[in-house]
Design a protein around this ligand. Structure first.
Ligand code: PLP
Length: 434
């Protein structure tokens, strides 16, 4: 089949996620190799957002594929109530990556149901009903996870689950409290405590945070913010859940992003990079005291495919690849390199309002005017994205934001090629500035 036939077949029989069906151009993707994917006619594209910021080890990694095939030859499926060597090994590997005090892991299908199960566990363990989360967040598309989600994608599906209250973000580029870095007093953390007070601390089971916000603009919390949130949670017996579905597994240069900020959450939800997309899998890791609580109480949770056997076996191997190939170090070094180069581009491209991020988890925020910070319009964003695609670079955009999150196996030369394409096509966005 050629590209046109593939698109035609898919458009006829498939419904696509998050899209107006009649207005989409689903890029045909038939083959992958490292940081690249190829369409049916052999055209090559750099996968600058690692698909959905999940394919951290790159496409078609031979070690991951061997693990998947090896498991397929032995046993493809054991139901969640069975024990299995790979399931145990996979959970142990995760616990070993986490700080002391994290005892156990509950496996899920992916990220949304990791959050879904963290909600249940928080309810069971605390006996409280309310949940807090932030506006600039995405936690998944199932009812509970979407209710936690702050971004407007939740609105079409409302009403979702009750009892979720939102608060404002530590979004320094557009500080909701009108502050600048030099006079910031972490008003965002004070605001969180105020919301807790208004809602009644004894009613709140948990607060869910993307440790570093992903889809909604790669927001890295300012120094001191997360320790403040941690101490407010401790004061009121509220569980702190770090959603590391996107930020985890080396994306920020550490295995988990919370390690940058001197805090330890009570639960960590994860998915994406755990298998890097070679099979679907998610997990909730819980502190010992939470795990112990369920020793003599029922944990009412689970799906047929939670912790699928092919997925945990693949994850075991994928998690080894991070260490074997120095991917965390690559994320630190090449992330710093890319950020510096992007900041240099900002000097002669007025459309780049902000470049921010940590490791190879970088966001660009485009504006029409740096003074007013008026957001770049959708038509210009779409023209920019199409021009990059034409030049062999695929990336995600969301509103006026671009996600610069390549597979962690990217090299400096490959980054330089990408930066040259962006430099050229940024003229499109500069032309829309006023
Ligand atoms: N949490 C975060 C931070 C995410 O970025 C995502 C997906 O992008 C999810 C949860 C949902 O994960 P999934 O799509 O695997 O259900």
């Amino acid at each position: 089949m050629d590209n046109k036939e593939i698109i035609k077949l898919n458009r006829k029989y498939n419904l696509f996620s998050w899209s107006v069906q009649g207005a989409i151009y689903p890029i045909p993707m038939e083959r992958g190799e490292g940081i690249y994917f190829f369409d049916a006619e052999g055209n090559r594209f750099v996968d600058l957002s690692a698909q959905l910021v999940n394919c951290n080890i790159g496409h078609q990694h031979p070690k991951a594929i061997a693990a998947l095939k090896e498991q397929a030859d032995v046993l493809t499926f054991a139901a969640p109530c069975f024990s299995n060597s790979k399931k145990g090994e996979c959970a142990k590997k995760i616990v070993d990556f986490l700080p002391k005090g994290f005892g156990k892991v509950f496996f899920t299908n992916a990220g949304a149901d990791a959050n879904e199960n963290a909600i249940k566990i928080a309810h069971y363990y605390t006996g409280r009903s309310k949940l807090l989360s932030r506006y600039r967040s995405y936690h998944g598309a199932t009812a509970g996870a979407l209710a936690l989600t702050g971004d407007p994608r939740r609105v079409d599906a409302e009403p979702l689950i009750p009892g979720v209250v939102k608060f404002l973000d530590p979004y320094c580029y557009r500080c909701p409290f009108g502050q600048k870095e030099e006079n910031c007093h972490l008003e965002c953390a004070k605001h969180f405590e105020e919301v807790v007070q208004y809602e009644g601390p004894a009613t709140i089971a948990a607060v869910f945070l993307e440790t570093v916000t992903g889809t909604n603009g790669i927001i890295v919390p300012p120094k001191g913010y997360l320790p403040k949130i941690r101490s407010i949670c401790d004061r009121y017996g509220i569980l702190l859940v770090c959603d590391e579905v996107m930020a985890g597994f080396g994306r920020t240069g550490k295995m988990f992003a919370f390690e940058h900020f001197g805090i330890v959450p009570d639960m960590v939800t994860m998915a994406k990079g755990m298998t890097s997309g070679y099979a679907p899998l998610g997990a909730v890791a819980v502190k010992d005291e939470i795990a112990d609580y369920f020793e003599d109480r029922k944990l009412s949770a689970g799906l047929t495919y939670s912790g699928h056997t092919l997925s945990v076996a693949t994850a075991c191997r994928v998690m080894e690849i991070y260490g074997e190939e120095g991917l965390l170090r690559n994320s630190v070094i090449l992330g710093a390199y890319a950020k510096e180069k992007l900041q240099a581009l900002q000097e002669h491209h007025p459309a780049i309002g902000d470049v921010r991020g940590i490791g190879l988890f970088i966001g660009l925020e485009f504006v029409k005017n740096r003074e007013t910070k008026e957001k770049m319009d959708d038509a210009s964003m779409s023209a920019f994205k199409s021009a990059n695609l034409k030049d062999g670079v695929y990336h995600m955009t969301y509103s006026n934001l671009m996600n610069f999150g390549p597979p962690l196996v990217i090299t400096k030369d490959q980054l330089d090629d990408v930066l040259a394409v962006l430099d050229k096509n940024l003229a499109i966005l500069d032309g829309a500035c006023n």
